[in-house]
Design a binder for this molecule. Structure first.
Ligand code: UGA
Length: 463
């Protein structure tokens, strides 16, 4: 649907919007919506976090976002609070952005934070408004949220629910919020749909200014909820598929990077999310994949989703395979008890789940570093941004403050996260610092010929 089609239907008045839960998702949305001219109030129960935002400090790494935060605090359009009554009073549209982590010991999603956000908001609502879910949830959650609101407001004020999944990628978050490749939302009434249109008007206006179109999918609750998990499951499947091909290439003597490039030229396949390597991690793909499988089981269609268990297994197996590859590279082939790296210094370059973030949640790199240490290697981890979080997540590992400290006299370099600082390394100058010129290129970002020419033993993935 084009911007013009929408501008006819959308009220020009901008609703005041709130974002409940100021993690990566809620905070980025709050800041970007203020940038697009909305009056915005961000809410979180964590006072320390709220104080940080209000003083212009972003508690996570996202390029460009701190400047945008400060600019919008100064404009007076953006503020953060822990006072839910204030939020309930101020906003016309409340976006629920709290986390839905994997339940410990289970595959399903934990909806505790959704419940507490919706209940505490409902207890303070005193007028008609729209509550819109953005968190990634199992299908059926929107209807449950309607029931929660009904129960805690006594059905007064006719408060309505909408659902609008988000697709932002960490490290590209501002772009994905303000210039999304699609907008998806669902609501039950024309009143609620109009409010959702008005709440997205800023994105469509920006697109019109830049002569772009943003497709809008208006749909039902179940579809809106499923779109998000379907997208993440599909992306995960692409990655595991190419990683399975990497195994085959390695055995048969092919090159998975060339293979990915060649199949990617087919528009039906596409060239994105086909980078073979150490597998996917982060706070979203792994847990969403599992939550989708668990929900499908609950709804009696689990059979159709068993393949996603395999996608997950292929992915976690990447980590063991990487450790095996590293130990072979160091001339320590695995014995029956697994690899033994005793006496070897292994420099691990990268701790985050991908570059340009400080997020180490379910990070393949950190998991591999732990396995290397468990194999008795003397492991030293370096990461440009993720060291603080890594130290909390894996306190048993040793960390270096600089790349040079990490690689000094190393017997093997494991380059696991393709940060620019690593991609642009010079084989000669790095070679002068290490003990042995051996490098494992976990995400296939180096040019093997160049490294080999400089006397390195190079090992990539599936090549
Ligand atoms: C993912 C989705 O891409 C977003 O669209 C979604 O909104 C978000 O989850 C979410 O659910 O909130 P994100 O977790 O930020 O975004 O990270 P991705 O860029 O998708 O990368 C995920 C993992 O896949 C990383 O570990 C990355 O290294 C790995 N990856 C990615 C590969 O191994 N190969 C590839 O070709 C691409």
């Amino acid at each position: 649907m084009s911007y013009e089609a929408h501008s006819n239907q959308t009220p020009t008045a901008r609703p005041t919007v709130s974002f409940l839960g100021c993690g990566y998702l809620g905070a980025t949305y709050a800041i970007c919506f203020a940038e697009m001219g909305y009056e915005v109030i961000g809410y979180d129960i964590d006072q320390e976090k709220i104080d940080a935002f209000n003083t212009g400090t972003l508690p996570f790494v996202e390029k460009g976002l701190p400047e945008m935060l400060r600019r919008n605090l100064e404009s007076g359009r953006l503020r953060f609070t822990t006072d839910i009554a204030d939020v309930a009073d101020a906003a016309d549209v409340h976006f629920i952005c709290v986390g839905t982590p994997q339940r410990p010991g289970e595959h399903s999603a934990d909806l505790t934070y959704i419940e507490s956000a919706v209940v505490s908001l409902s207890q303070h609502l005193k007028r008609k408004c729209l509550v819109v879910g953005k968190s990634t949830v199992p299908v059926g959650t929107a209807t449950w949220v309607e029931e929660l609101i009904e129960r805690h407001t006594g059905g007064e004020y006719g408060i309505e629910v909408g659902w609008s999944p988000e697709f932002l990628q960490e490290s590209n978050a501002m772009h994905d919020v303000m210039r999304p490749n699609r907008i998806v939302y669902a609501a039950r009434s024309e009143w609620a749909l109009n409010l959702l249109r008005a709440a997205h008007q800023g994105i469509l206006e920006l697109a019109a200014l830049e002569d772009r179109e943003v497709p809008v999918v208006e749909t039902d609750f179940a579809t809106a909820e499923l779109v998000k998990v379907a997208a993440n499951a599909f992306l995960s499947t692409k990655i595991s598929f190419i990683n399975a091909m990497a195994d085959l290439c390695e055995t048969a003597g092919g090159d998975v990077a060339g293979l990915a490039r060649a199949i990617g030229y087919d528009g039906r396949i596409g060239n994105k999310f086909l980078r073979a390597g150490i597998g996917f991690g982060g706070g979203c793909l792994p847990k969403d994949l599992r939550a989708l499988t668990a929900r499908a089981e609950e709804l009696g269609v689990g059979d159709s989703f068993h393949f996603l268990n395999e996608v997950d297994t292929i992915n976690t197996r990447r980590r063991t395979k990487a450790v095996r590859a590293i130990s072979e590279l160091a001339d320590r082939p695995s014995g029956p008890a697994g690899p033994n790296l005793e006496g070897l210094k292994v420099a691990v370059l990268g701790a985050t789940f991908k570059p340009d973030t400080d997020d180490v949640r379910d990070s393949p790199a950190l998991a591999i570093a732990r396995k290397l240490a468990a194999a008795r290697g003397e492991v030293i981890v370096y990461d440009p941004e993720g060291l603080d979080n890594a130290r909390v997540e894996a306190p048993e590992l040793s960390y270096a403050k600089t790349l040079s400290d990490a690689v000094e006299n190393a017997d093997v370099i494991s380059m696991l996260v393709p940060w620019e600082e690593f991609r642009t390394l010079d084989p000669e100058s790095l070679g002068a610092q290490v003990g042995q010129r051996r490098i494992f290129d976990g995400m296939n970002v180096l040019e093997p010929a160049r490294w080999r020419a400089a006397g390195w033993t190079y090992k990539g993935t599936g090549r």
